[in-house]
Write a protein that binds this ligand. Structure first.
Ligand SMILES: [Zn+2]
Length: 438
């Protein structure tokens, strides 16, 4: 079979971000490895060569050529934190919050997370697939090629499994790469508000083991059948339903002790961990050191001790400033201090119906520059290479290097700084996901 080769040539700037397969820290976050008049050769879904246009033309004579004059070519964004499995936007929250209503007042009039839970529980898996798929297509249009997607609006075993199944089904018709996360520990389910520890027990003893066990081996009498109405006997997928367990460790969600129990169950069941932490109040990060979380996310409230701990670990600090923006907050996570202290910082959308209804990574980059005082180069590294590290995909994603997946975004710009500069508009012109142009 003839190899299909495509040469993207004459990029004003090609951002290579090559080098290491460890998270970028400090000054290395500003090193984008820019090649002027750059080119990249794509073969069979992978990057086959990177260099200047002259260099690559020599050994890509038979490649189809795609002229990228006046364009910036960079690795596709890795959106390492999203909640796409929901049914409807939260417009009550939006409007009431503008009018100054509290979280409790919003809940009283039918808004808040409980409305999302109701929406997911009442939706069919097909309806949820539609929503996830629409979000993935929107994300692609903004240059995103890898997405982490969480459950977390079901909060009982069937609805959490339904949410993860929706993520998995949506992924099948998407050429990008998707990583799924079980977030049954988003908040305590409405049924267990009076007894949160019982919900924690259900998460640890039922939801996590059941999720972890699914898809690991072909199951001729798949238990999935009875939940989703599939005929019994249909084998479940071999791919795992979730790779990660996440927990919202926060006042009003789960205490540090409950979070430890949940993460311990995750590790015991062979799942990797990530944590929502420090969004509203401070919790010491080293309480969770034993779990080696791949990422700790939000970090609006961190201490010097947390920062010192983070700087020593490979745990990535994922900042989600679109949530601060959308909530109208004046405080933002201390990106400058984190980066200057040697912490590996990533950026993600936190796409969700309550606090961050955006699929746009370029918008997040813009907020990171204007409000977190990240330099444009740091923001791009945070959204590509460090995002890949935040999903343990640094060997395949996050940079334009030979052998990596051909995940590439092409922006209508001559300078990479234009990507966060032009905010609220979409200048992404082309995207390749695993070599496929979408
Ligand atoms: Zn989140």
């Amino acid at each position: 079979m003839q190899k299909r080769s495509l040469l993207l040539s004459h990029a004003s700037q090609l951002l290579r971000l090559r080098g290491k397969t460890v998270p970028r820290r400090g000054a290395s976050m500003r090193d984008l490895g820019i090649i002027e008049d750059g080119a990249v050769l794509i073969e069979n879904g992978k990057i086959a060569a990177v260099g200047t246009t002259d260099e690559l033309r020599a050994h890509a004579k038979r490649a189809e050529e795609n002229d990228c004059r006046n364009k910036v070519v960079l690795p596709g964004f890795v959106d390492s934190h999203t909640h796409p499995v929901f049914a409807t936007p939260r417009l009550i929250d939006f409007e009431k919050r503008i009018a100054g209503a509290s979280y409790e007042e919003i809940a009283e009039v039918g808004g808040g997370i409980r409305s999302s839970i109701r929406g997911v529980r009442e939706s069919s898996v097909e309806q949820l697939v539609q929503h996830v798929r629409a979000a993935l297509h929107e994300m692609s249009a903004y240059g995103t090629t890898t997405v982490e997607a969480k459950s977390g609006y079901g909060l009982d075993l069937p609805s959490e499994l339904k949410s993860l199944e929706a993520i998995q089904q949506a992924a099948k018709n998407w050429s990008g790469s998707l990583v799924s996360t079980l977030l049954a520990a988003h908040v305590v389910s409405p049924e267990h508000r009076e007894n949160p520890d019982e919900y924690v027990r259900i998460v640890c003893d039922e939801i996590i083991p059941d999720t972890a066990g699914r898809g690991l081996k072909p199951t001729p009498h798949g238990r999935g059948g009875d939940i989703y109405g599939k005929p019994k006997g249909v084998p479940l997928q071999r791919t795992r339903l979730a790779e990660y367990v996440d927990v919202f460790c926060e006042r009003g969600a789960f205490t540090p002790e409950q979070s430890v129990r949940i993460l311990r169950a995750a590790v015991a069941n062979g799942l990797k961990t990530r944590i929502h932490i420090g969004q509203l109040t401070h919790t010491a990060l080293d309480l969770f050191a034993e779990f080696h979380p791949v990422s700790v996310d939000h970090l609006d409230h961190v201490t010097d001790a947390d920062i010192a701990w983070l700087a020593k670990t490979d745990t990535v600090a994922t900042l989600l400033p679109a949530a601060n923006y959308f909530l109208g907050l004046s405080n933002f996570p201390p990106a400058r201090k984190l980066i200057d202290s040697g912490v590996a910082v990533a950026l993600a959308t936190d796409y969700n119906p309550g606090t961050s209804p955006t699929t746009s990574m370029p918008f997040v980059l813009s907020v990171a520059c204007t409000h977190l005082k990240m330099l444009p180069a740091e923001a791009i590294t945070a959204a590509t290479m460090n995002g890949a590290c935040a999903l343990n995909l640094q060997h395949r994603k996050g940079s334009l290097e030979v052998g990596k997946d051909a995940d590439i975004a092409i922006f209508d710009a001559q300078d990479y700084r234009e990507i966060p500069y032009w905010f609220g508009v979409n200048r992404c012109r082309k995207v390749f996901q695993n070599g496929k142009q979408i």
